[in-house]
Design a protein around this ligand. Structure first.
Ligand SMILES: NC(=O)c1ccc[n+]([C@@H]2O[C@H](COP(=O)([O-])OP(=O)(O)OC[C@H]3O[C@@H](n4cnc5c(N)ncnc54)[C@H](OP(=O)(O)O)[C@@H]3O)[C@@H](O)[C@H]2O)c1
Length: 404
């Protein structure tokens, strides 16, 4: 079955498709939100150098077009070779904050054929604006895009963890996501709500939702673009104690794989489904004990001692003790001391990631593979690159990627 991107009459759909096939394919005009973020930057880098890049539009928060261009370029440059020219014109940036009711009124959007909506509040905390940005602004964008004459696809970057708790162990792509009482943090609930509402309120939108699993590092650049989440995995390996069983699976993908797959699903002429996981799945997910072995093989402390499963109540004391040890054991600094870390934040992160790890989810990857796309590399294939690239970064700096 081919997914029905134009759910009007079959006659009209066939006619439109036949007409499109007769015309020479026009280069896509892509509108991307969230380009200054981890995933959005990688998506833009994936498209940089291609024919459609010069026609791309980026929604950016900045005080001036020049600063907008600078932010876009700096974000993409994290993923591209230093000698690769990045030509971005001021006419490609739309300066707006998603909270602004007029954020999508710019006339340049009229020409857009493909939308990738990647921007979101990704904080695990209780931010008061999370619903406004992740849900309300997404609906305003969808409303605007539903009136675009040449829109071919609207890609919403959701998240696999928006499936809520009590699923699995292998999670398949259900269309309706649970919202109330099914989430560990408001962030995943807001992502679920946005997806549900997009389907309910805009049934005619050529919507495809992509749901990445846990994104850690880059398969060749390691943590250079971002150390998000990597640091917590390393802390767990150093503690060698955590709340999940060692047999728990973590479904991790690198950001470049995620970006490549999102771009492919955006530009592929026909798709069989309207929702796709972007995941390591059954073959590429990694067990906690394999992860610990890999870290310990790279001389991360706690080597040789058996892993101990602990209760959530033990995490606070573990975070405090880790903070003290971390401060006195530093060797990378001139003073022989590490920059002190916020142990309250560390405790919070251990609690939350502990709960996610106990879900033991693997996200079914068969739909994505069924589109002829490559499987994700296993995290163990590039964990060494992540470790080496993060070695010169203080733990405090790494934590800042997740506590903005
Ligand atoms: N990272 C993961 O592990 C992961 C996993 C699954 C799904 N996802 C999804 O992937 C998408 C991107 O995540 P990420 O990790 O790249 O997040 P990120 O690094 O935190 O980037 C968030 C992006 O959203 C933009 N943004 C936030 N609030 C905005 C506002 N009010 N107006 C305009 N732009 C705003 C940010 O712009 P500024 O730079 O101006 O703040 C930034 O470009 C999200 O939808 C997320 O749910 C991520």
């Amino acid at each position: 079955m081919v997914f029905n991107l134009f759910p009007r009459s079959k006659w009209l759909r066939d006619k439109l498709q036949a007409e499109q096939q007769r015309l020479p394919a026009a280069p896509p005009r892509i509108f991307l939100t969230g380009v200054t973020g981890f995933v959005g930057g990688a998506i833009a880098a994936e498209l940089a150098g291609g024919d459609s890049f010069k026609d791309m539009l980026f929604l950016v928060r900045a005080p001036s077009p020049a600063e907008g261009v600078r932010r876009v370029r700096a974000s993409i440059a994290r993923f591209t070779p230093a000698d690769m020219p990045l030509h971005i014109a001021e006419s490609q940036v739309i300066l707006a904050d998603l909270r602004d009711a007029q954020a999508f009124s710019d006339a340049r959007l009229e020409q857009v054929s493909h939308v990738i909506h990647c921007a979101a509040v990704t904080s695990f905390g209780e931010r008061s604006d999370i619903w406004e940005i992740n849900v309300d602004a997404t609906m305003r964008l969808a409303e605007r895009c539903s009136r675009l004459p040449g829109l071919q696809r609207f890609v919403y970057v959701g998240m696999a963890m928006a499936c809520g708790v009590a699923r699995g162990p292998v999670v398949t792509e259900s269309l309706r996501l649970p919202v109330e009482r099914a989430h560990l943090v408001p962030y995943t609930a807001s992502k679920a709500q946005a997806e549900n509402q997009l389907r309910e309120l805009f049934p005619e939108l050529p919507l495809v939702t992509v749901r990445p699993s846990i994104i850690v590092g880059h398969s060749s650049l390691g943590c250079r673009p971002s150390a998000s989440i990597f640091w917590i995995l390393k802390v767990v390996a150093q503690l060698n104690r955590f709340v999940c069983p060692p047999s728990a699976y973590l479904d991790i993908v690198p950001v470049d794989y995620c970006a490549r797959t999102i771009v492919a699903l955006t530009l592929k002429a026909t798709l069989r489904f309207s929702t796709y996981h972007i995941s390591a799945g059954r073959s590429g997910s990694v067990m906690v004990e394999q992860l610990l072995q890999a870290f310990h093989g790279m001389n991360v402390a706690a080597r040789g001692q058996p892993y101990e499963r602990v209760s959530e109540a033990a995490l606070r004391q573990m975070a405090l003790a880790f903070g003290v040890r971390h401060a006195v054991q530093g060797s990378a600094t001139l003073s022989g001391r590490n920059e002190p870390i916020n142990t309250r934040m560390l405790h919070k992160a251990l609690m939350l990631y502990g709960r996610f790890s106990k879900l033991n989810y693997v996200f079914d990857e068969r739909r994505t593979l069924g589109e002829g796309l490559a499987p994700a590399p296993c995290f163990l294939e590039y964990i060494g690159r992540c470790e080496r690239s993060a070695a010169g970064m203080s733990l405090k700096a790494q934590m800042a990627y997740d506590f903005k």
